[in-house]
Design a protein around this ligand. Structure first.
Ligand SMILES: Cc1cc2nc3c(=O)[nH]c(=O)nc-3n(C[C@H](O)[C@H](O)[C@H](O)COP(=O)(O)OP(=O)(O)OC[C@H]3O[C@@H](n4cnc5c(N)ncnc54)[C@H](O)[C@@H]3O)c2cc1C
Length: 512
């Protein structure tokens, strides 16, 4: 007999033994069990629990209060592409990759153009920047195969609820990711594994008749009313379906689209710093003595000040703080981890909400100027790619640290202690100062005096939204998706946006 049950055990206990004991079974009665969902409940540090949803097969009927109704998982069903043209996708980040995979399986033979290089060549370019400070403007941490997510922690959780999220996770597993992402409440892949998985998805797209052009930059388009001519540095392409999956760092492409009349509007976003601290201290703060049985801990924190929010974002357990710029003479920080999250430090973005009224002067691209100004100021402090930084204690006391203490930075380009007020807008500095002690109340150790604040974190979300209806922009042949549309953010949500756009194309665009 098969059941789905909710089951809790202390994290140091053995699941099989506890199942047999609590379900009052004999060894031979338990034929098999499978974890469908796993989360950690650490509210009581003296009794840290795994919360499971399990599928069990047993030889006899059981009487147990945690039995759940057997649920079927809704599968993504893709129709066949019934249009005469081949769709063109700009950008091979999560949104373009998953839109491309779906279209390839629908026999649409998508054409994908990507300004950066394939993963292995891109890795070499990123290494060159991190080690020798030689930046490639088209192959870097944000541009190239896999998009901004390739050099990341590969966190896959999202607040969204959609049956297609299961499809995304299953595809990652089918193409090489560990199957624990199907069950974890906080699934993550890691940059080392992502770098293998993404090319495998690309191979499937090509095997199904798709074409992928690397080092191919979308520069312009000619609108011939019922068809677009896509101009790139390599060649022209014609299509009636252009999926724009450009992420939020391609300022030049946004500028071109705006000049062509694509309707956009500014939106709120956030800027701040990366905070770097000791992972083991965090594990103890989150899990007490049980931390040795558990993977590296994470957190997600927010405080609401009088006029704006301060929150942590993109937390990377056991990770590294990485230079993530795609422009010379600028500083941008972000975080990444390997699958095992084995690094000594944890890091997270510590961000202050930026409202449209803080930057908008009448042009929807104004948010980019606001961001660029901060990134350039951050560079100009030292002019050698060291990141402007301070320690928490000195930052709170309005002083500048002279050297690191117990926490040593992982930042590849080294850090430069300075007054962060010279780089970040005063409302950001003020909000961070107010928020840190409040955050400490929520998580002991987050505002520990030796923790390092590394600037500047400016690319957490897009500062504009491309207006769209049923996934169509103000030009009905152009479909903006993913982070660059301003309607998605993060790996899974951007991938989901790409998939939903393809589904919408098939349902609402039958005039061809
Ligand atoms: C270091 C780092 C760590 C991150 N960690 C996480 C994480 O752990 N979890 C998470 O959910 N999110 C993370 N993110 C955010 C996540 O990567 C993005 O939200 C996601 O990649 C957005 O997907 P996308 O497909 O919309 O755009 P992108 O991934 O940005 O991809 C856009 C692609 O379009 C290409 N492109 C742009 N303009 C052109 C043009 N004109 N012609 C041709 N190609 C073009 C770019 O080269 C790029 O490859 C991280 C980001 C960074 C930078």
């Amino acid at each position: 007999m098969q059941y789905q049950i909710e089951f809790k055990i202390r994290v140091d206990k053995n699941l099989k033994e506890e199942l047999i004991k609590k379900l009052k079974l004999k060894d031979k009665d338990l034929i098999s069990y499978k974890v469908l969902r796993e989360s950690i409940d650490a509210r009581d540090k003296s009794n840290v629990l795994y919360n499971y949803l399990l599928e069990i097969n047993v030889t006899r009927k059981i009487n147990y209060k945690g039995i759940k109704e057997l649920k079927k998982i809704e599968k993504l069903k893709l129709k066949s592409w019934h249009y005469a043209d081949r769709p063109v996708i700009v950008g091979l980040g999560p949104a373009g990759l998953f839109a491309g995979l779906c279209l390839a399986r629908m026999n649409a033979r998508p054409i994908i153009i990507e300004r950066g290089e394939e993963v292995n060549k891109r890795q070499a370019k990123v290494k060159e920047f991190w080690e020798n400070k030689i930046l490639d403007l088209n192959s870097n941490v944000v541009f190239g195969e896999g998009g901004a997510g390739t050099f990341s922690d590969g966190k896959l959780q999202t607040n969204l609820n959609s049956p297609y999220i299961r499809f995304i996770l299953e595809e990652f597993v089918k193409h090489g990711a560990n199957s624990d992402i199907l069950t974890s409440n906080y699934p993550h892949i890691g940059t080392d594994v992502l770098a293998k998985v993404i090319p495998n998805i690309r191979q499937e797209i090509i095997a199904l008749g798709g074409e992928i052009y690397f080092n191919c930059q979308f520069l312009d388009y000619i609108d011939e009313k019922d068809e677009l001519i896509i101009k790139t540095n390599l060649k022209d392409f014609k299509t009636k379906h252009l999926i724009l999956a450009i992420g939020h760092s391609a300022k030049d492409t946004f500028k071109m689209l705006y000049q062509k009349g694509i309707a956009m509007e500014p939106k709120n976003f956030a800027v701040g710093v990366r905070i770097e601290h000791d992972q083991e201290k965090l594990n103890m703060a989150q899990y007490g003595d049980f931390y040795k049985y558990l993977p590296p801990a994470n957190y997600k924190l927010a405080v609401h000040l009088e006029d704006r929010s301060v929150f942590t974002f993109c937390m990377c357990p056991g990770g590294y703080v990485v230079p993530s710029q795609n422009e010379t003479n600028s500083i941008v920080t972000n975080g990444m981890s390997n699958n095992k999250r084995e690094g000594k430090n944890a890091n997270s973005a510590l961000l202050v909400e930026v409202k449209v009224s803080d930057f908008y002067k009448g042009n929807p691209l104004d948010g980019f100027d606001f961001i660029t100004d901060i990134e350039r100021k951050a560079y100009n402090i030292s002019k050698d790619y060291r990141a402007p930084s301070n320690l928490v204690r000195e930052f709170l006391d309005n002083r500048v640290a002279t050297e690191t203490r117990s926490v040593k930075t992982t930042y590849f380009h080294d850090i430069n202690f300075c007054d962060l007020g010279l780089v970040l807008p005063s409302f950001v500095v003020k909000s961070l100062r107010e928020a840190l002690p409040l955050l400490e109340h929520k998580l002991k150790g987050i505002a520990f005096e030796d923790n390092i604040l590394i600037g500047v974190e400016t690319r957490s979300s897009c500062p504009l939204q491309i207006k769209r209806q049923n996934y169509k922009s103000s030009n009905p042949l152009i479909y903006p998706v993913g982070e660059g549309s301003g309607f998605a953010g993060g790996i899974t949500s951007s991938a989901l946006d790409g998939i939903k756009c393809v589904i919408s194309m098939m349902e609402g665009n039958n005039e061809n």
